[in-house]
Design a protein around this ligand. Structure first.
Ligand code: ADP
Ligand code: MG
Length: 742
């Protein structure tokens, strides 16, 4: 059992807890909760010991506040651990704090805009009814409007000026341009007329415009932040434990416990937990999370290795820890978030392009409207009113919100059900898929495997064979390793892992190999097995020493999921590295007609490419290092949360809840997103095209333009938020599946 006391040390605590006065707020992952009953158990366990305990079942997290002086955290963690809830401490991210600060400021701007807009309207109301106060009073009211409107336009509207300035410096046009221009003209002209003492004022329109825009922006950033929170959670999850080499072998520690000088061991497929120096042997590393470079790079002993790089070599990586702690974890988190934002979905790119041209056209039209009005003999006042109306009415706010609002709402909807969208573009691609490729071990079957029988083949007894196997599997992330998890093992070195084949290494000076019989280095006579059992062989230098018969349970939600996917006319395929009999048994049980066994990572990839060459759009779901090439090349990919980090880094979707059930929800949401985006774009473009002629011909006063524009954005956001309410058409429920499984 883990030693939790390290988490009581204040310097360790600083890496994961937010301290406010005497209490600390912590977010931890609970891998052991599966249903609301477990969640309730966790809450009960902490009741009375901690405050404001709340469990998020979809994300499998628990957040609570506690007072370190009264109750050490280790006591709470141990209680959860002993109850089998598998707590894991997550890093605190400072980015979150910054977002909170920004959101607070945005809220303050809305407050100021509200007050100013209301006050300006009160002061302007006589003019609404054509009331003409005495000249002195009228002038006083004008000055009062100027004073009240100034903070409302200049401070509350500051982000728009800033944005326009930034865009202009980058020689780009975005929606901030016309907004800032409209605000500047409205405020500038009104201020000038206040000083001059005559002419129409637009202070009311300007403050109202700012108010609508600020509210729209706030709503949008809320949706986006909610989606981002879950993404960070994932990153925090991934890199928080590490394997440290100690005299007796390896121990699993929290990243916060790693110290400079420690030697950390990173299994093939896992992420490097800290910055440091490579030891022992040259290895290939995938640094795409850090550099975006997808080619693996070969690093030699003595060379620096960065946290977040993934070990794609065949052997465990030994790392002399240099810098560690929050810095490096954060770097990884940021990269992961960037990855999600860099790949802008196609429709978004189109919308951005349109918006740029649109803004240019709007500016031209505003100028044209001004010239035409003067030409028709309208007053300067009326002409300026037309410019304002055109700028405001055609502001492409709704247009630029159309895609991101829909994607953010969809991301947040899926996150609530434990599906993390790492690449928003994939949401749209998902709607077009026609084939689903499944991996077997760890994906259709549970991550945990059981050792059923040991069959010694060459005189070495059962116990020694098992101990050697356990030593070889130490540090492996393959589900097969879980079958040997609790077994006392000697230390092994020269460990190597061949994805989809097996592991090898040296135990007590002897060389051993463990894996699939087909890949065994020596001939093996296989024993009889039941359908559904997986067999691995342990070989010594010349002879096979033992067979291990392992079993893995089907995930309970799988039969119903397969049925549902087939009902949707998707073609299903099973691609496994396991033996033919095992794969066939499972495929037949599920009614999957196309399946292939003994597939190497390359073979899986080839099958995918064959499907794609035939015009197929493929969703690939996998968990292991052997699935990474497949996941990277698939049109859309999903990964299981307990598999290799490498697989996860290649996936568009992460099934955080360790269940395949939300796959159908993701499909539903992807179809809905497609519809919402189309509706939004159509509406936004249609609205702008409709009101533009009205504004140009002087039939739309600026204040009405502001109201209409804002309403149009609200329509777009509200339409997007309908995605939040998508429920799976027919969710495969575990309960149903259990009956089938018997
Ligand atoms: P799947 O594609 O079904 O997930 P894998 O490709 O991961 O299966 O594994 C295929 C086969 O390779 C396994 O059935 C096992 O025989 C062997 N193998 C892979 N990794 C290991 C390991 N760490 N230990 C022992 N055998 C392994
Ligand atoms: Mg697998």
């Amino acid at each position: 059992m883990t030693d939790w006391t390290a988490f009581d040390r204040p310097e360790v605590r600083a890496g994961f807890a937010a301290t406010a006065g005497e209490s600390c707020q912590v977010l931890i992952a609970l891998d052991g909760i599966h249903c609301s009953a477990c969640a309730a158990r966790a809450e009960r366990l902490l009741a009375g010991q901690a405050e404001s305990v709340s469990v998020n079942l979809a994300a499998r997290t628990l957040s609570f506040r506690f007072k370190p002086q009264q109750k050490p955290l280790s006591v709470l963690l141990r209680a959860l651990d002993e109850a089998g809830l598998q707590p894991r401490v997550l890093a605190r991210e400072d980015a979150g704090a910054r977002e909170v600060r920004e959101r607070r400021r945005a809220f303050a701007r809305i407050g100021v805009a509200t007050i100013c807009a209301m006050q300006v309207m009160m002061l302007a109301w006589p003019s609404y009814f054509g009331v003409q106060p005495e000249p002195a009073i009228a002038q006083l009211l004008r000055w009062a409007q100027l004073v009240v409107a100034a903070p409302g336009v200049l401070w509350a509207g500051w982000p728009f000026f800033e944005g326009a300035w930034r865009a202009a410096r980058g020689r780009a046009l975005d929606m901030n341009g016309p907004v800032a221009l409209a605000l500047a003209i409205a405020f500038g002209a009104s201020a000038w007329r206040t000083v001059a003492g005559s002419g129409d004022l637009y202070f009311d329109s300007a403050t109202m415009f700012v108010w609508f825009l600020a509210v729209g922006r706030y709503l949008e950033s809320r949706t986006r932040a909610r989606a981002g929170e879950h993404l960070r959670l994932l990153a925090g999850r991934r890199a928080l434990t590490a394997q440290r080499r100690v005299a007796t072998g390896l121990e699993t520690v929290a990243i916060g416990q790693l110290r400079p000088g420690d030697v950390a061991v990173v299994a093939p497929g896992d992420a490097v937990p800290a910055d440091g120096v490579l030891l022992e042997q040259p290895l290939e590393l995938d640094e795409s999370l850090l550099t975006g470079e997808s080619q693996a790079v070969l690093r030699h002993p003595g060379e620096p290795v960065l946290a977040g790089a993934i070990n794609v070599g065949a052997a465990p990586l030994a790392l002399q820890v240099g810098r560690c702690g929050a810095d490096t974890v954060l770097a990884q988190i940021t990269q992961l978030m960037n990855r999600a934002h860099i790949c802008k979905p196609r429709l978004q790119q189109i919308a951005d392009r349109i918006a740029g041209h649109f803004v240019a056209a709007v500016l031209l039209l505003a100028g044209l409207g001004y010239a035409l009005a003067l030409h028709r003999g309208a007053s300067q006042d009326a002409a300026l009113g037309i410019v304002l109306a055109v700028l405001v009415a055609s502001c492409p706010c709704a247009l630029s919100l159309a895609v991101p609002a829909a994607l953010a709402a969809a991301t947040s909807r899926l996150a609530r059900s434990g599906v993390l969208v790492a690449n928003a573009g994939a949401l749209q691609a998902l709607a077009a898929i026609d084939t689903v490729l499944f991996d077997k071990t760890g994906t259709l079957t549970r991550t945990e495997m059981k050792l059923q029988r040991v069959i010694p083949l060459a005189g070495l007894d059962e116990q020694s064979c098992t101990a050697i196997a356990a030593a070889l599997e130490h540090g492996s992330r393959h589900p097969i390793a879980t079958a040997f998890a609790g077994i006392a093992a000697a230390a092994a070195d020269e460990l190597r892992q061949a994805a989809g084949a097996g592991v090898s290494g040296r135990v007590d000076g002897q060389h051993y190999w463990l894996g699939a019989a087909e890949h065994a280095p020596c001939p093996v006579r296989l024993p009889e097995t039941q359908p559904g059992e997986t067999l691995v062989v342990l070989c010594g230098a010349e002879r096979a020493l033992a067979c291990f018969v392992l079993s893995a349970n089907l995930r309970p939600e799988v039969p119903a999921l397969v049925e549902e996917l087939e009902r949707r006319r998707l073609s299903l395929e099973l691609q496994s590295g396991d033996a033919p009999a095992t794969v066939q048994a499972l495929a037949q049980r599920l009614g999957i007609e196309r399946y292939a066994a003994r597939q190497t990572p390359q073979a899986k990839l080839q099958r995918l490419q064959q499907l794609q060459a035939g015009g197929g759009r493929v969703l690939a779901i996998g968990d292991g290092v052997n699935d990474a090439p497949l996941l990277a090349a698939a049109d859309v990919s999903a990964a299981m949360p307990h598999g290799a980090a490498l697989a996860q880094s290649r996936a568009d979707l992460l099934l955080l809840g360790d269940s395949l059930a939300p796959v159908t929800l993701a499909l539903d949401v992807s179809h809905a997103v497609q519809r919402r985006i189309r509706e939004n774009l159509l509406w936004a473009l249609g609205y702008n095209l409709l009101v533009l002629p009205l504004a140009m011909s002087g039939h739309l006063p600026p204040w009405l333009a502001a109201a209409g524009m804002s309403l149009s954005s609200v329509v777009v956001v509200a339409n997007a938020l309908r995605l939040d309410a998508v429920v799976p058409r027919r969710a495969p429920t575990p309960a149903l599946a259990v009956v089938e499984q018997r």
